[in-house]
Design a protein. Structure first.
Length: 329
């Protein structure tokens, strides 16, 4: 979120927008992180997408796209509704999305901001196909960021790990991704988040693997422990819904303790706080092989298989099932 002006300028130049209409070069503050992409919304027409009791306002930057705006907006609608269903509502009821056409094909990158309300920017290749949109994970990843308060730099792994963990689950719960793909990707990805020699805990080891996949591992462990303690009646999703219901989203800066205690209160446990205290400043080894056996997840080549007799298989199934809040929420 803390992006230097020169990085933003370089990104825009690389996207082929330096010579575009005056919108992109009219003044320095269009390029400064505090204002971009907010100033763009003041100068571009937009489309409103209603989801989860709120509205996502979508604008297109200048540039040609092979796909029609209608096709792209249909994809955006699927993505934002998946995120709204996961969190129980649209995290910021007046969120925004700026789609910037760039060279190439596919989604070329994404960034999410919280300075003046939740806003995400997606770089979309000129020649992107509908099949590429259907396979994309970037937009849901960025929209998940909108549902978590801004925290201090040492907790950046919480933000990125959350988006890494939640994105496929939100898509699976709405039928946009297969359950087998969710677990196959976790089996492949989570080893990248395990502590390496010299690791000093999640708050003090800002490597790529620990930030994204170490953070995702934290959330999977929290998910499993919440479900164990509540007899599978509640999970991480309930904790995150509690944070959003309390007003937590990327436009709000919260101390990490508030995030954890708010999430814990929503599940009636202390799992998030306890697990954070265990993992924040020391390496915690996790036997992933044993964990997959307990969950009933096995890889056979590139294919995942499930054992529904495994002790944690009911928890595994509940994680990706369409969610209904526990009684009393």
């Amino acid at each position: 979120m803390r992006v230097l002006r020169r990085i933003l300028l370089a990104a825009i130049v690389c996207a082929g927008l330096a010579a575009a209409p005056a919108l992109w070069a009219a003044s320095d503050d269009v390029l400064v992180g505090n204002f971009f992409p907010y100033r763009a919304f003041e100068q571009l027409p937009s489309t409103r997408i209603e989801a989860g009791g709120g509205v996502l306002e979508v604008a297109f930057g200048p540039g040609e796209l092979t796909l029609s705006h209608e096709t792209i907006l249909a994809w955006v609608t699927r993505c934002v509704r998946a995120v709204a269903e996961y969190f129980g509502r649209l995290p910021d009821p007046t969120a925004r999305l700026l789609i910037v056409p760039v060279g190439g094909s596919g989604i070329r990158g994404g960034t999410t901001y919280g300075y003046r309300g939740a806003a995400s920017r997606i770089l979309l290749g000129h020649h992107t196909t509908e099949a590429q949109l259907d396979r994309d994970w970037v937009l849901v990843h960025e929209l998940v960021h909108q549902g978590f308060p801004a925290v201090s730099d040492e907790h950046h792994w919480m933000e990125e790990g959350l988006a890494t963990y939640v994105e496929p689950i939100a898509r699976a719960q709405t039928g946009q991704l297969s359950v087998s793909k969710v677990w196959a990707d976790l089996v492949e990805g989570l080893p990248k988040g395990l502590p390496q020699p010299g690791d000093r805990g999640l708050d003090h080891t800002p490597t790529w693997g620990r930030t994204y996949w170490g953070g995702a591992l934290f959330y999977l462990l929290a998910e499993l422990e919440i479900r164990r303690r509540t007899d599978n009646r509640a999970g991480l999703q309930d904790a995150l819904r509690g944070v959003v219901a309390a007003g937590g989203n990327i436009s709000r800066s919260w101390p990490v303790e508030k995030v954890l205690t708010t999430g814990d209160a929503a599940t009636g446990t202390h799992v998030l706080t306890e697990l954070y205290n265990q993992m924040k400043d020391k390496a915690v080894e996790v036997d992933l092989g044993a964990l997959w056996r307990q969950l009933g997840v096995a890889m056979q080549g590139a294919t995942v298989s499930f054992d529904d007799s495994a002790p944690l298989s009911p928890i595994r199934r509940a994680i990706t099932a369409p969610h209904f809040a526990p009684r009393g929420q």
